[in-house]
Design a protein around this ligand. Structure first.
Ligand SMILES: N[C@@H](CCC(=O)N[C@@H](CS)C(=O)NCC(=O)O)C(=O)O
Length: 423
């Protein structure tokens, strides 16, 4: 079986410190190495396709987890067109796009476990259905978990139609290609882990809609290559939930001001929308607040804008320029001991009113439990006033509705640590 080597440390947060040239040199050196390297991201269904294909073929390879928020020079160099994982690097030559990678693997290691049929027409059929999965399932499934209301209802109907079509194509066969596990199975099976998320978000049962497809999913899971690779459906659901919460600070500020707004979820892992790329061309990151067509980027700058654009309700920053400067300083700073000193006996960081610094810090309250458990200390003991402030803030509806449950964050941190081999 192939050897997967999870990285021994978390991906570096600050690449700048090391200097870009040494990173680039290493990326160049990596491209000259012999052997097989897979650039991937744990929950990616596209990456999982490649892992399953490599496992079926028994190919040894090095697994490298990418930080999609800070892509490695090697990823940028080896997939300059899409800048996406997965990328398979074989003897220094990069291959991009999961279905192309799976076909490449089949052709380079032809001696065992053929993934595509030998006959040209059957091969064309297999490519057709794999392409159908690519075009339909991911895009429609993503709309389903991201959207609410009518958009979600439409995505749900569409997904049900797609699942029924796949059910029809599978029929009474063991696998999509017949008796042997192959290309279409590999293309589709990573999405089985997402069924639970689709079902929970939209309220329907895949088993009722497509019972043969569910039985096929279970059959695939009996294979070691699949069982070892697929994500736990609950972890996928949590991951999706964590993505949804990234707007924390801005959502709290908008709720405090009672501002009505349209919430548009961005696909952090997939393609960024043209609107995001256009409205935040510098960082290409969420959150972006678009007010009357004008984009504002960077969460703390958005919160200050919200305060200034809707000044009549719930002021978030103090009026006095020096107090405002202090608030801006602390909002940028997250250190428990120092925060405790700054908070002192005050109710909130700015005094009696919930404000800018509180909003900046509130989303981190969900992480306190994880910090404590991972680092073996108690925030209550180290910074009792901050702990009391956290409880007080969590009692506010605006905060409670916007931040994740601490248990969920803790579970997610656990998954990430396991993935990165950190104990
Ligand atoms: N069509 C591509 C899709 C790959 C893809 O969407 N990769 C995502 C992760 S699941 C990615 O790297 N996203 C990073 C980004 O868009 O910045 C394939 O089949 O390989």
């Amino acid at each position: 079986m192939p050897h997967q080597h999870p990285p021994s440390t978390l991906p570096p947060i600050n690449r700048g410190r090391e200097g870009p040239s040494s990173e680039r040199d290493r990326a160049m050196a990596d491209l000259e190495t012999k052997g097989v390297v897979l650039l991937d991201f744990w929950v990616s269904p596209f990456g999982q396709r490649c892992r399953i294909a490599l496992a079926e073929k028994g190919v040894e390879y090095e697994y490298r987890e990418e930080n999609l928020g800070d892509k490695s020079p090697l990823l940028l160099k080896s997939n300059p067109v899409h800048k996406k994982i997965p990328v398979l690097i074989h003897d220094g030559k990069p291959v991009c796009e999961s279905l192309i990678i799976v076909q490449y693997i089949d052709e380079v290691w032809p001696d065992c476990a053929p993934l595509l049929p030998a006959e040209p027409y059957a091969r064309a059929q297999a490519r057709f259905w794999a392409d159908f999965v690519d075009k339909k399932i991911y895009e429609c499934g993503t709309r389903l978990w991201k959207l609410k209301g009518e958009g979600q209802a439409a995505a749900k109907e569409e997904l049900i139609g797609i699942l029924k079509l796949l059910e029809g194509e599978l029929g009474d066969k063991k696998y999509f290609g017949g008796d042997a596990f192959g290309f279409v199975d590999i293309a589709l099976v990573p999405f089985v882990s997402w069924f639970y998320t689709y079902e929970t978000c939209a309220g329907f049962s895949v088993e009722e809609v497509a019972p043969k497809l569910v039985a096929w999913g279970k059959r695939c899971m009996e294979r070691e290559s699949v069982a070892k690779t697929l994500s736990d459906p609950h972890k996928v659901y949590e991951f999706v939930g964590a993505l949804k919460k990234r707007f924390g600070r801005c959502r709290i500020a908008l709720a405090e001001k009672g501002v009505e707004y349209e919430y548009r979820e961005e696909n952090i892992l997939g393609a960024k929308s043209p609107l995001l790329l256009k409205s935040n061309p510098v960082y290409k990151k969420i959150p972006v607040l678009i007010h009357d067509g004008k984009p504002v980027c960077e969460s703390l700058i958005i919160v200050q804008y919200i305060d200034e654009a809707w000044p009549d309700r719930a002021p978030l920053l103090p009026a006095d320029p020096y107090a405002r400067a202090q608030a801006r300083f602390w909002a940028d700073f997250v250190d428990m001991k120092l925060l405790e000193g700054e908070l002192g006996a005050k109710k909130y960081f700015g005094g009696d009113a919930f404000g800018f610094v509180d909003i900046a810090l509130a989303p981190f309250v969900s992480w306190f439990y994880s910090y404590e458990t991972s680092a073996g200390f108690s925030i209550e003991e180290a910074a009792p006033k901050v702990a009391a402030w956290a409880k007080r803030s969590m009692e506010r509806e605006s905060v409670a509705n916007a931040v994740s449950h601490p248990d969920k964050i803790y579970e997610m941190v656990g998954v990430l640590k396991k993935k990165f081999g950190v104990e």
